[in-house]
Design a protein around this ligand. Structure first.
Ligand code: NAP
Ligand code: GLV
Length: 314
């Protein structure tokens, strides 16, 4: 039984970990594919378009990430099940990222850093967490877990999803209730998948609908945190919103083009925090265990977990 590791930055690391934890799997790393007929499974991030369809015995594609938009960039992706990565380690990392960045802006850390650079000792008022309304777009595995961690810190939570949901301690909105959700949100956390429906959603129109009124006056304006995908956002609109004060600050982990081009004004904006798509990386040991568990389930003829719905795109 052979697995092909393909299309990512850390293929060799993933492959060596898979070899170390699996007894009977042969692990190959693209482009050293060898005899194509041997390959039954692919552990893939962004495979070269058309490559996977040349593997005649492929039975399963495991996504190295929780998101799968990178896989569907291949217009000829074979019609075998695609499972995405759902894992406690990855979820924990994303929860840390979201909590860190909500606190960072709520507690005005970019302003304190700026004051520090000028050796300036100046008090800035900050609201209580229970006066800050955090709205999470995407109430799935990651958004749901982030909402629970933020609720424990006292924030007021609301969330928006495609279908109706019930989540403890969260005011849930769905579908066409987006405007009502935005009107009640001070800190917008984006944890949506990138699909044909969500592409470009974080744009000028949407940002203008965030609550500008009713927030605690000590939080200078709405905040955007995007750890979903860069294709969800229109960066020129985010910059414009920051410039006219419609947004107070932003934390962006994902970008329209990655790496973010040096020329992007986002790099130099004092209220923008940039991280290089590392909010929640896939741990090699966790992805190896997950891949093996999925392969074993397939071999036993069990129903696979976390299978991507190709029509929805996530
Ligand atoms: P998930 O469990 O599939 O949850 C996705 C959520 O988005 C669901 O609540 C879904 O609604 C909602 N949604 C999808 N399309 C929508 C639409 N058109 N309108 C409204 N809501 C919509 O996914 P997840 O595991 O939480 O991961 C979310 C995303 O995070 C991934 O797709 C990936 O892009 C990103 N991610 C980024 C990093 C990073 O390091 N930056 C790491 C991991 C993941 P329903 O509940 O109604 O289906
Ligand atoms: C990372 O971006 C992921 O989708 O897991």
């Amino acid at each position: 039984m052979t697995v092909l590791v393909v299309g990512g930055l850390r293929e060799e690391h993933f492959a060596s970990t898979l070899r170390a934890v699996s007894g009977d799997l042969e692990v190959r790393v693209s482009p050293n594919i060898g005899r194509k007929e041997d390959i039954r499974y692919a552990l893939a991030w962004e495979p070269p378009p058309g490559l996977l369809k040349t593997l005649p015995n492929l039975e399963l594609i495991v996504s190295v990430g929780a998101g799968v938009d990178h896989l569907f960039r291949d217009p000829e992706l074979p019609e075998v099940p695609v499972v995405r990565f759902v894992d406690a380690d990855l979820t924990g990392r994303m929860v840390e990222f979201v909590v860190l960045n909500v606190l960072l802006h709520h507690r005005r850390m970019t302003e304190f850093r700026e004051q520090q650079s000028k050796v300036e000792w100046k008090y800035l008022p900050e609201p209580a967490s229970h006066d800050v309304r955090v709205g999470i777009m995407g109430l799935g595995v990651l958004g749901g877990a982030a909402s629970q961690a933020l609720a424990k810190l006292g924030y007021r939570l609301r969330g928006w999803s495609r279908t109706e949901k019930r989540v403890d301690g969260v005011d849930c909105y769905f579908g066409n209730q987006l405007d009502a959700f935005l009107a009640e949100t001070d800190v917008l956390v984006v944890l949506l998948p990138l699909t044909s429906e969500t592409r470009g959603l974080i744009n000028r129109n949407l940002l203008a609908k965030l609550s500008q009124r009713g927030r605690d006056e000590r939080l200078p304006g709405p905040v955007l945190i995007n750890a979903g995908r860069g294709g969800l956002q229109v960066e020129s609109d985010i910059l414009a919103a920051l410039d006219i004060g419609q947004l107070y600050a932003a934390s962006l982990d994902v970008f329209e083009t990655e790496p973010l081009p040096e020329t992007s004004p986002l790099w130099r904006h004092p209220r923008v925090v940039i991280t290089p798509h590392c909010a929640a990386e896939s741990d090699p040991r966790a992805i190896a265990d997950y891949t093996i568990a999925q392969i074993e389930a397939l071999r036993r003829g069990e129903r696979l977990k976390h299978v991507v719905d190709r029509t929805r795109g996530y």
